[in-house]
Ligand binder design. Structure first.
Ligand code: AMP
Ligand code: MG
Length: 423
């Protein structure tokens, strides 16, 4: 397995002037910078890498406490207890978790104690209630604990000053829990990038509204917003923007205030009414080019606005748009969050159904991946058309076929990107 899905395949360089996938991807990552970290509430940080070395401000447990419901005792008082020769002790008090009154245990007595309650001074063992008659005024103990048994000692888990999380550790439920356990309400992490997503096309209609015979529902902004969220970003789905360049430019400048990154779909091919190209082409800060890949040939990337917000202008066909997002935008989002590796890892799988591939382009073939006792297998799903959203929904992987490859036979190992898998 390589850790670098999209950059590890060496391309011989396409014959025409198209940019290679690797060149385009590298140019993007060179422009994208990680967002500055700040202290954020713990639950905002799930799935983000921590941006500090976290040391513990306290011992855990913070005080000696009972691991069982039972009786706090002095070991020497109960050392001989057995079924045949039980020890009887008076019960002089009771301690529950959260109880602030501090007891001291005199020799020859016991204190009823609940799990988590502080162990009274002088006690050095807890007899579980199951080893006793459960007495209230006095207790019969018919089994001896060892010294220290069932007492959770202060600091036996974590010591004040211990390193809890190395800088860069991914914050999941267990790490978030540890931070809370030592009293941290906030932790330094890079924010989730705010990704603004705009679909262009005068033919587009909002799902849930009526469709005329020549219009189509806007699928892209939903695909891309969902994919942005899955990558850990905050997605702002802007409604449909028509093929009027002025309208597009106005909508874009309205959106820039809340964008760390902008993604558009449509309007970047060679047709007329290619609104995104028309609106941004003159700026000189967005580069439109052909990338040697299939699907997803027409690509644009650059920066817009005073803050030089990165913008990806993806092609309009839904499959092209989605594949482009996975290949180029997901790594950018992860770089902004500081979450390495930026690119999806490649997995090897055995191809169960051969296919041919256009030379000179890196192919991302929609596929179904499956790993079981027989190992990992993969087969293509659906046709080549980049409008085939039905097939796209059936796919769970992309087979990555190198530029120079013209055919792949059934039975041969191939490189696969498994989609929607954590990495
Ligand atoms: P374009 O790149 O704008 O020429 O679009 C290429 C094709 O993708 C056309 O058939 C569009 O109708 C279709 N398309 C563009 N945007 C979307 C979208 N947001 N949802 C579904 N299909 C789209
Ligand atoms: Mg269009």
């Amino acid at each position: 397995m390589s850790d670098d899905a999209l950059g590890s395949i060496t391309s011989p360089g396409p014959a025409d002037r198209a940019t290679s996938v690797d060149e385009h991807a590298e140019r993007i990552l060179a422009t994208i910078t990680p967002l500055p970290p700040y202290e954020q509430p713990l639950l905002e940080c799930v799935g983000l890498p921590v941006c500090e070395t976290v040391t513990s401000p306290m011992d855990l447990p913070g005080f000696d406490n009972s691991a069982m419901d039972g009786y706090a005792v002095r070991f020497d008082d109960v050392a001989t207890a057995s079924q045949d020769h039980p020890v009887h002790l008076p019960v002089v008090g009771e301690m529950a978790a959260g109880q602030t009154r501090v007891f001291a245990l005199s020799p020859g007595t016991s204190i009823r104690i609940m799990t988590g309650a502080p162990v009274p001074q002088g006690a050095d063992a807890v007899v579980p209630v199951e080893w006793t008659d459960g007495g209230v005024a006095a207790v019969r103990i018919s089994r001896a604990p060892s010294r220290g048994q069932h007492v959770r000692t202060r600091g036996d888990d974590v010591r004040a000053g211990d390193v809890l999380l190395e800088d860069g550790t991914l914050l999941g439920p267990r790490q978030i829990g540890l931070l809370a356990a030592v009293g941290r309400a906030q932790v330094r992490a890079r924010p989730r990038p705010r990704v603004v997503i705009m679909s262009t096309g005068s033919e587009l209609r909002e799902p849930g509204t009526a469709l005329s015979h020549d219009s189509v529902y806007d699928a892209n902004s939903f695909i891309l917003a969902a994919a942005a969220r899955a990558a850990g970003a905050i997605a702002y789905r802007v409604g449909i923007v028509s093929d009027d360049p002025q309208e597009f430019s106005d909508a874009l400048s309205d959106q820039l205030v809340r964008a760390d990154l902008v993604v558009t779909s449509g309007g970047v091919s060679k047709g007329q009414y290619d609104v995104v190209k028309e609106a941004l082409g003159g700026l000189g800060t967005v580069r439109f080019e052909e990338v040697a890949m299939q699907p997803g040939k027409p690509q644009g990337f650059g920066v817009v606005g005073e803050d030089e917000t990165p913008i990806f202008t993806l092609p309009g066909n839904p499959v092209s748009s989605y594949v482009s997002f996975e290949v180029f935008v997901v790594p950018a989002i992860r770089r902004m969050m500081g979450r390495a590796p930026y690119r999806r890892p490649l997995t090897r799988a055995v191809l169960t159904e051969g296919f041919t591939s256009a030379p000179g382009k890196r192919q991302f073939v929609r596929a179904r991946f499956q790993a079981n006792g027989q190992g990992a297998q993969v087969h293509p799903v659906g046709g080549h058309g980049s409008h085939l959203v039905g097939d796209l929904a059936e796919a769970n992987a992309l087979i990555v076929v190198a530029e120079e490859t013209r055919a792949v036979d059934a039975g041969s190992p191939v490189d696969v990107v498994v989609l929607e898998r954590d990495f």
